[in-house]
Write a protein that binds this ligand. Structure first.
Ligand SMILES: *Cc1c(COP(=O)(O)O)cnc(C)c1O
Length: 223
């Protein structure tokens, strides 16, 4: 089942777009099945769950952290995480930098933006992002690298609303790239799009899509 779902989705995703298979709440055996079908990028939203799965599964899996990250849990994923999609404060960035340094690594990060109408979702607005990028504190950080932006659209059937929100995130990316990363070869990523809206996200410029339930089936939301 997982394999069939995965292969079907991959057919519709352009090669330049990275499919992150969101395996949160799902057992390691499901990840192994996707891995055996060729999938390497996986996304998790809980630090301890990700650490446990990392220990059980093949070493060449590329791990994406996509959830709200508590600063006291960074240490569990700092040794191996490939990309943290969900940075929404200078303080979090400083804490990630500190843990990355302990592991003698540079950790790639995305700035998460609040683009949806819902109030509950985490994320920055453009002014807050500029404040971070302008700060002296940010310029001191040597063990993190900001590689782009991430956002989640409103949970709605109104595709025009979703499209507008993704378009807004693309505009944020373009303006940050122009003002802060004009010569950077690594500020390239726009992480947007989930099971129900990844096609729109791709049309609006996503480079990373985060797809869970369409691959692994519905989650048990009691978790
Ligand atoms: C759970 C989750 C996803 C995947 O959602 P699906 O609707 O299952 O595809 C993507 N992004 C984030 C941040 C998530 O928490």
């Amino acid at each position: 089942m997982v394999k069939d779902n995965l292969l079907k989705i991959k057919e519709s995703v352009p090669e330049a777009v990275t499919l992150v298979a969101v395996s949160k709440t799902k057992p390691a055996s499901d990840i192994q099945e996707a891995y055996n079908a060729g999938q390497r990028h996986f996304g998790e939203n809980k630090a301890l769950e990700m650490r446990d799965k990392h220990e059980q599964l093949p070493d060449d899996i590329i791990w994406h952290f996509i959830g709200h990250l508590q600063t006291n849990k960074i240490k569990y994923i700092a040794p191996f995480v490939s990309l943290i999609h969900s940075v929404d404060s200078l303080y979090l960035l400083q804490c990630i930098d500190k843990e990355a340094k302990k592991n003698d690594r540079v950790i790639d990060c995305l700035l998460q933006f609040h683009i949806a109408m819902e109030e509950t979702k985490f994320g920055l607005d453009i002014a807050e992002a500029r404040q971070i990028l302008d700060s002296e504190e940010y310029k001191l950080l040597k063990n993190i690298k900001i590689c782009g932006v991430m956002g989640m659209a409103t949970l709605t059937d109104d595709t025009q609303t979703i499209r507008n929100e993704f378009h807004h995130l693309k505009n944020i990316f373009d303006s940050l790239k122009k003002d802060y990363f004009p010569d950077s070869t690594s500020f390239n990523e726009i992480s947007m799009g989930m099971s129900h809206d990844y096609n729109i996200a791709i049309e609006e410029g996503a480079t990373l899509i985060r797809v869970g339930s369409s691959i692994f089936g519905e989650r048990n939301y009691s978790k």
